[in-house]
Design a protein around this ligand. Structure first.
Ligand code: SAM
Length: 322
């Protein structure tokens, strides 16, 4: 059996019998006026962060969500889009599609603004999306892509890129890991399907996105996720897994390379009212400016004693250079 088939079996089971501990998210459940998340959706929350960010969701975006799980994030997206077929949900597992559509009926009963036809569920594979080219404003996946092996991961990201409109955004949450994992872990299809042994270091994850063509990357959050310890897993050392929330925006690739925001900021604290590097970056005195890693390198290379460049906080929430 291939690891993709093992994955489908794991999620078939998780659709038939909700498995509360399957993925552990530290995210609080969204509380918004008039939004009620049915209990069954909460129990079937198999994500590792949030892909729903209000600032991505202006102007009635057409939304695609790949790997629907219990449907919680599709309901949250619908809260913002509120239109028939506003959110397309794609999943390869029949039982998951059936479970989520039952959950949407339950959501309808609890949310008077919601109608099940706001969500258009489609059977399909992340590696070959049943979605037209350039038709989507916001594409999202939560805790699915980390399962894919390298070639499949490239395909899945390329598929998201294909279906996005220019300047559309791919919003994702996935486990990441900075430590090397041994081959026993890497080749364990079951652990991979459980989102425990496929994760990449953040730099590799970002490179895959920029290699696909996304010109702007935003790392929005980085959080503790899981521990693989030698007592319970085939590893000699303890392995620490984090989860990140990332947006990849289909902006044209800048000539000098992608703009990757990892939560760095620059602060000018010199004698003048502002500092202008004549390359499009104006730092107002004592006001932190969010900068991408490229701008951070350029400013650092100036070697000035009146500009402070922060480390990456891995919490970027908009604005700044580029
Ligand atoms: C870890 S769960 C995440 C579910 C949901 N995103 C959430 O946050 O709760 C992975 C989801 O991807 C689906 N899935 C697995 N393989 C897939 C594939 N190749 N293409 C599309 N969906 C897939 C599973 O059925 C399951 O719904």
């Amino acid at each position: 059996m291939s690891y993709l088939e093992t994955t489908q079996n794991v999620y078939k089971e998780a659709a038939l019998r909700p498995n509360i501990g399957l993925c552990c998210t530290t995210n609080p459940i969204w509380e918004l006026p008039g939004l009620k998340i049915p209990k069954i959706m909460q129990e079937m929350n198999y994500g590792c962060g949030s892909t729903v960010h209000a600032r991505d969701l202006t102007n009635n975006p057409k939304i695609l969500y790949v790997g629907v799980g219990g449907g919680m994030e599709l309901l949250q997206f619908s809260y913002f889009s509120r239109q028939k077929n506003g959110v397309i949900g794609v999943d390869v597992v029949d039982e998951m599609l059936e479970a989520s559509s039952r959950n949407f009926i339950e959501a309808e009963a609890q949310n008077d603004w919601f109608n099940s036809d706001f969500v258009n569920l489609r059977k399909g594979d992340a590696l070959n999306l049943p979605v037209d080219d350039g038709s989507i404003d916001v594409a999202a996946q939560n805790c699915l892509f980390n399962i894919f092996k390298e070639d499949d991961l490239k395909k899945a990201v390329a598929e998201m890129y294909r279906v996005l409109k220019p300047h559309g955004r791919l919003v994702m949450s996935d486990p990441t890991c900075e430590q090397p994992m041994n081959n026993t872990l890497r080749n364990d299809d079951h652990l991979r399907a459980l989102c425990l042994s496929g994760s990449l270091p953040i730099k590799e994850y970002i490179k895959l996105l920029t290699d696909t063509g996304f010109g702007t990357i935003e790392v929005r959050a980085r959080k503790p996720y899981r521990i693989l310890d030698p007592k319970h897993y085939p590893t000699d050392e303890m392995i620490y897994i984090e989860s990140i929330e990332v947006a990849a925006i289909k902006d044209p690739m800048p000539e000098d390379g992608p703009c990757v925001f990892t939560g760095k900021a620059a602060i000018y604290f010199g004698e003048d009212d502002y500092f202008d590097d004549k390359k499009g970056h104006v730092l107002l005195k004592n006001q932190p400016l969010a900068i991408c890693d490229k701008t951070a390198s350029t400013l650092t290379a100036l070697n000035r004693d009146d500009i402070f460049i922060s480390d990456s906080t891995f919490h970027y929430d908009g604005g700044g250079c580029c």
